[in-house]
Design a protein around this ligand. Structure first.
Ligand SMILES: Cc1cc2nc3c(=O)[nH]c(=O)nc-3n(C[C@H](O)[C@H](O)[C@H](O)COP(=O)(O)OP(=O)(O)OC[C@H]3O[C@@H](n4cnc5c(N)ncnc54)[C@H](O)[C@@H]3O)c2cc1C
Length: 393
């Protein structure tokens, strides 16, 4: 008796699509990836600054916008399952001191290569330069695009961030897509001359009456500010679907306001030979110190620091502990999109509207913070969707 294989089409050959394809093919489906780029997995290559931070051993579901929904998928394909999966296809990995997982080679190519070779090994057909334009469901799915039409029993959409129009045509609603995990553009005057400077700060983001706080390294840029802690703040902002927020940097988080004031009063006495310009030497980058002082008043920098009054020292303390930056926009190199296919229309990654239609990865309204969270979502959802196409219907 001839065994008729189930036909599965995967739209998008990124992180989620490749893992989905491997699980479909492993379970015996005829699997085709349709990819609009000239090659699969291009984005994987740029992740983690070319090193690919593929997961995190301390995965915390609260770092996702929709933690409950994400958690249901991680219960079916966990970080451990992911690492075992990668091990089984030849990838060696390690975790850094903060739990971020990387390939042992420290090259993102290794991650793509093992996925690509496993797809070849399982006879997954890859069609590149094929942009899917429409999906029609009659009895089976008909997929049209920039090439011949395809027919499938199941379709997994893994097109990444942004709106994929064919899903809308099928009746799905899309939660507004906005950039997330990106640096902020800020008012320029306060950051003039700071570009390239890195500092460990406590960062607070005030959005309406909500305050988010995190400690970490921030990097000043020509037009704004970046660094992992800032990217995580952008995720909070993206989820609120607003850009109306104020950022406060505590530039000396190891001090309380009181202990800093006491320290500066002592410093003024111990280092009375410092000019005002030299007052922060050995303590704070001189350009940051200059901007802080300027934000208070036009000091005569050549005067001795002993001329600083107690009131001025109090103002300096307040400025250092609450360096305020108004956000004026985002940099356009966001790592992920917040928003996507509305989760209320999906059950265990399958569409509630169209049987046999699945979603995985960033196309869904699930996004995480920095540290391997987004790729972990892509791997887990890809694996679960891939298995489900075979186990269901
Ligand atoms: C610079 C950068 C660094 C990052 N670093 C990390 C990191 O270190 N760790 C981490 O966890 N996350 C990181 N991310 C985020 C991570 O890359 C994404 O979350 C992840 O790639 C999403 O996987 P995906 O498969 O859902 O989408 P994608 O990887 O975006 O794949 C979608 C695929 O679908 C294709 N496609 C789209 N539309 C169509 C169509 N109509 N027809 C056919 N094909 C289509 C696209 O060409 C693409 O290949 C980074 C992102 C960027 C941009």
């Amino acid at each position: 008796m001839e065994i008729i294989k189930k036909q599965v089409i995967i739209i998008g050959g990124g992180a989620a699509g490749l893992v989905a394809a491997i699980f479909c093919a492993k379970n015996g489906a005829d699997t085709i990836i349709l990819e609009k780029n000239n090659r699969i997995g291009k984005k994987i290559l740029v992740t983690g600054n070319g090193r690919c931070n593929l997961s995190n051993i301390n995965l915390n579901i609260n770092k996702y916008n929709k933690s409950e929904e994400a958690g249901k998928i991680f219960n079916q394909f966990s970080v451990e399952d992911t690492l075992n999966f990668f091990k089984s296809i030849g990838l060696m990995t390690y975790a850094d001191s903060e739990g971020r997982i990387y390939p042992s080679t420290d090259y993102a190519n290794s991650v793509l290569d093992v996925l690509r070779i496993k797809c070849e090994n399982l006879n997954v057909k890859v069609v590149c330069n094929y942009e899917v334009k429409n999906i029609i469901k009659i009895e089976k799915f008909i997929i049209t695009g920039t090439g011949d039409d395809f027919i499938a029993d199941s379709v997994i959409v893994t097109t990444g961030g942004g709106v994929f129009e064919p899903i809308k045509k099928l009746g799905h609603s899309i939660v507004k897509c906005v950039p997330s995990l990106t640096g902020f553009k800020t008012e320029k005057e306060k950051i003039a001359g700071l570009s390239g400077i890195k500092i460990n700060a406590k960062v607070s983001l005030n959005i309406g009456n909500k305050i988010y706080t995190e400690n970490g390294e921030v990097i000043f840029k020509d037009e704004g500010i970046s660094g992992i802690v800032i990217l995580n703040m952008s995720a909070h902002l993206a989820r609120q679907k607003t850009d109306k927020a104020i950022l406060y940097l505590d530039l000396l988080p190891e001090f309380t306001e009181q202990s800093l004031l006491e320290y500066l009063i002592n410093r003024k006495e111990n280092c009375a030979y410092f000019t005002i310009e030299q007052f922060f030497t050995g303590m704070l980058h001189k350009n940051i110190a200059r901007n802080i002082l300027k934000s208070i008043k036009e000091f005569d920098f050549s005067k001795k620091c002993s001329t600083l009054t107690d009131t001025e020292l109090e103002q300096i303390v307040r400025a250092l502990k609450n360096f305020e930056l108004k956000i004026t926009g985002f940099y356009d190199n966001a790592q992920v999109t917040s928003g996507g296919v509305n989760l209320s229309e999906v059950i265990n990654l399958q569409s509630k509207l169209i049987k046999g239609l699945y979603f995985a990865g960033e196309v869904l309204d699930i996004d995480g913070q920095c540290g391997g969270y987004n790729l972990q979502w892509a791997w887990s959802s890809g694996a679960v969707a891939g298995k489900s196409t075979i186990n269901n219907n």
